[in-house]
Design a binder for this molecule. Structure first.
Ligand SMILES: Cc1cc2nc3c(=O)[nH]c(=O)nc-3n(C[C@H](O)[C@H](O)[C@H](O)COP(=O)(O)OP(=O)(O)OC[C@H]3O[C@@H](n4cnc5c(N)ncnc54)[C@H](O)[C@@H]3O)c2cc1C
Length: 314
């Protein structure tokens, strides 16, 4: 049976939901091992044990280069474990690290993976979820970046101890780029857009007021997304843009409000498990892919939905 290595650039806090999904996937394989390009926090060690991870490798980040440390840690961990499968998150930074290690090791990287079989056949979404492809690496190790919400997070219940080892890194000639300043973004209480189970997204139809979208998102504990028309208008940050030139999301529930459903918007959300569309135009293209369509004014529909959800939660 194949062995798996999960790589995280940071485990200095408890693992996120997307990270726990990777641990669940890794537990299907032999000797699931974790490598972190940071020191592993006590609360993270406890969680690793719950997913059957026996060994975790760590190497503190000297914080002096841009991806070079992560690459060195993943390379050393691969050497240490001789794993057949490397699992990474699907964010752009992890995809870059995965691509760089694949080039260095002359092996395959598969992105947007939603499942991996015991014989290392990866299932991935193609063309924004219009097709699903099964692919196999023909060159040694398979590097896979896994989409959030593809695997049901399932710790195996037992609390096994995890053995944490310091990873020896090869001497490098030093980074070619060094970080001179770090500007941390303000962290919101809402779930991260790319891994949220529920997303409420607003478009031009909100007419400058994201209040009803935010209110419904708060009632549902959802992340907030937007169409490009809304981000271009400056009503919400560009980070919230969903679509071909924005973030790709695949939540359990996607609520689209005041968005027409252009092909470039659909490209980023049509793999959502259940889509509810609110639009005052009954001919809007978004209704073609909606599981539930509501023809109405979002400034009336969204507050009513939020009030009903809160009433049922009370
Ligand atoms: C190369 C390229 C890349 C692109 N990338 C992206 C991308 O990544 N993401 C993206 O979203 N777009 C992208 N676009 C833009 C895309 O083509 C559309 O222009 C955009 O998605 C439209 O946004 P919208 O649906 O909010 O606005 P509109 O198309 O103007 O639709 C607004 C909708 O709101 C409805 N509405 C209005 N008022 C209300 C109300 N009170 N209540 C309910 N409904 C109401 C209207 O009936 C209408 O259907 C891209 C375009 C190009 C050319």
């Amino acid at each position: 049976m194949s062995s798996a290595l999960v790589f995280f650039s940071n485990l200095s806090t408890a693992p996120s939901k997307a990270q726990r999904e990777l641990l669940t996937l890794a537990a299907r394989f032999e000797n699931p091992t974790v490598a972190a390009a940071s020191l592993i926090a006590d609360e993270a060690r406890e969680v690793l044990g719950q997913y059957g991870i026996a060994t975790a490798l760590q190497a503190q980040n000297p914080n002096t280069d841009f991806g070079g440390h992560e690459l060195a840690v993943l390379d050393a961990a691969l050497q240490h474990t001789d794993a057949d499968l490397v699992l990474l998150e699907n964010d752009s930074f992890s995809r870059e690290i995965g691509a760089r290690i694949a080039v260095r090791r002359n092996t395959a990287i598969v992105t947007d993976v939603v499942d991996i079989s015991a014989d290392l056949i990866a299932t991935k979404d193609e063309l924004a979820g219009s097709y699903s492809a099964s692919v196999k690496s023909t060159t040694g190790v398979l590097i896979a970046t896994v989409k959030p919400n593809s695997v049901e997070d399932a710790p195996h219940g037992a609390q096994d101890g995890v053995s944490v080892k310091d990873l020896e890194l090869a001497q490098s000639s030093g980074p070619s780029v060094s970080i001179v300043a770090v500007d941390q973004k303000v962290v919101s209480d809402r779930p991260a857009l790319n891994e949220a189970r529920i997303v409420v997204a607003g478009g031009r139809g909100v007419d400058g007021d994201f209040g009803p979208v935010e209110d419904l998102a708060d009632a549902l504990g959802a992340a907030i997304g937007a169409s490009r028309a809304a981000t271009d208008a400056g009503w919400i940050s560009h980070d919230a843009q969903i679509g071909q030139t924005g973030v790709t999301v695949s939540p359990q529930l996607y609520i689209s409000a005041g968005i027409s459903g252009a092909i470039q918007q659909k490209a980023g959300m049509q793999t959502s498990k259940f889509i509810i569309a609110v639009n005052k135009d009954m001919d809007a293209p978004v209704f073609e892919i909606a599981d539930l369509g509501i023809v109405g004014d979002l400034s009336k529909v969204l507050p009513q939905a939020a009030a009903e959800i809160r009433r049922r939660q009370a």
